[in-house]
Design a protein around this ligand. Structure first.
Ligand SMILES: Cc1cc2nc3c(=O)[nH]c(=O)nc-3n(C[C@H](O)[C@H](O)[C@H](O)COP(=O)(O)OP(=O)(O)OC[C@H]3O[C@@H](n4cnc5c(N)ncnc54)[C@H](O)[C@@H]3O)c2cc1C
Length: 369
């Protein structure tokens, strides 16, 4: 009997919802499965804001990919009739040779993207809400923005459904197997079959993909939300943090401001990492708020945990399954993958269809070397 679907997307978070959308728009008979009903809080995607920007301090090669991501997000905004991205602009703080400043600056080389490098005195004049050290510079990216993650996921799912996709929630994946022309997925909501599958399981990918040594480490992250009513001028910022890779903050809807420490969190099985923030977690964030954003001190109103799925080099892992050519997967968001979700979804669908997907840089084989 032929399978009921051409393609099944498993995991409908940031990347899976985007893949579902692109598959449905490409005319595939597509089914999306998730163990919960995304957006939801046992994930990497919950909350009201994710930073979206052209600067990629990790590597300048992301600039064309990010340009495509923006184009697709703007198309989704037009189709859904809602604003998903606002652009308050962002300040990247650090020594002139630091990864935050020099690495971000490299993303703009050879482009006409607006940016400005300011010395400490000028930065303090332009951004009085932000504390900048005498030996620090600020790279200003006016287009740095905030994308609403939960609304973006809803918009991708709605666009997918409009193009004919089916969605089954409460469908926790239990087991799966594949032959060259069929993937069979046993879930808590029944068994489903398709010619091909895309797995977007985030930090849960190693548990289910059956790829020995898939190098993805779940990491607990703590987020603190502050009351920003009555404050003016607070933009996005990224700054050095002695205990982790950096500290960052962003204005979110409802006159709130989120601050978090990037990386440095506990690792372990993903379902054990979403416990409540501890006093120690919050003391660290509070210290950086007092240091960098004094007007926000003592305004913390909420805190929660979220999950990264880290790859060793902080680049994504987007590839075909080593044993099953009709199974592809995306994981290793490394705390920076939301902004790319629109283009990652598009490219995973291309890969699943055997089309040129421009994903060589992201193959798992790079870790074997
Ligand atoms: C605190 C925090 C801040 C971040 N900030 C930024 C930022 O500023 N900018 C940025 O670009 N990125 C940021 N990110 C990263 C971004 O949010 C992630 O890259 C993105 O959400 C990853 O998407 P994903 O689809 O891989 O995983 P997820 O969105 O977590 O989706 C995985 C899905 O798989 C499902 N699933 C798991 N197990 C099963 C199963 N057995 N059966 C069926 N379904 C299953 C889950 O229910 C979930 O819906 C941040 C992440 C966190 C945690």
């Amino acid at each position: 009997m032929p399978a009921t679907h051409d393609l099944i997307v498993v995991g409908l978070g940031a990347w899976g919802s985007a893949a579902l959308y692109h598959a449905a728009r490409a005319g595939l008979r597509v089914l999306g499965l998730d163990r919960f009903a995304p957006p939801h809080r046992i994930s990497a995607h919950h909350g009201n804001g994710r930073v979206i920007r052209m600067a990629s301090p990790e590597a300048p090669d992301y600039t064309p990919m990010m340009a495509r991501a923006y184009a697709l997000w703007h198309r989704l905004e037009r189709e859904s009739g809602q604003t998903l991205i606002v652009e308050p602009g962002g300040c990247y703080v650090g020594g002139r040779d630091s990864e935050i400043v020099a690495g971000s600056l490299a993303s703009f080389a050879g482009t006409d993207l607006a940016h400005a490098l300011l010395g400490a005195a000028e930065a303090r004049r332009c951004f009085p809400w932000l504390t900048v050290g005498d030996d620090e510079a600020v790279l200003w990216e006016p287009g740095c923005g905030v994308i609403h993650p939960e609304n973006a996921i809803r918009a991708h799912q709605a666009g997918a459904a409009k193009a004919g996709a089916e969605i089954r929630t409460g469908a926790s994946l239990l087991r799966w197997n594949a032959t060259p022309d069929r993937v069979t997925l046993e879930t808590a909501a029944g068994t489903f079959e398709a010619g091909r599958a895309i797995f977007c399981l985030g930090a849960w990918a190693p548990e289910h993909l059956g790829i020995p040594g898939l190098p993805v480490t779940p990491e607990r992250q703590v987020v603190a939300i502050h009351d920003a009513r009555g404050l003016q001028g607070h933009r996005i910022f990224v700054a050095p943090c002695a205990e982790a890779e950096c500290v960052y903050g962003l204005p979110e809807p409802g006159e709130t401001y989120k601050v978090a420490i990037h990386h440095g969190g506990r690792s372990g099985p993903p379902d054990t990492l979403l416990d409540q923030p501890t006093a120690e977690d919050l003391a660290l964030i509070d210290r950086y708020v007092r240091l960098r954003l004094p007007a926000l001190a003592c305004r913390r109103v909420e805190a929660f945990t979220c999950l990264y799925g880290d790859s060793p080099d902080r680049h994504f892992i987007l590839d075909r399954h080593p044993d099953h050519a009709n199974v592809v997967y995306g994981t290793g968001c490394s705390g920076r993958g939301f902004k790319f979700a629109s283009v990652i979804g598009e490219r995973l669908v291309k890969l699943a269809r055997g089309e040129a997907a421009e994903l060589d840089f992201f193959r798992r084989a790079r870790f074997a070397a």
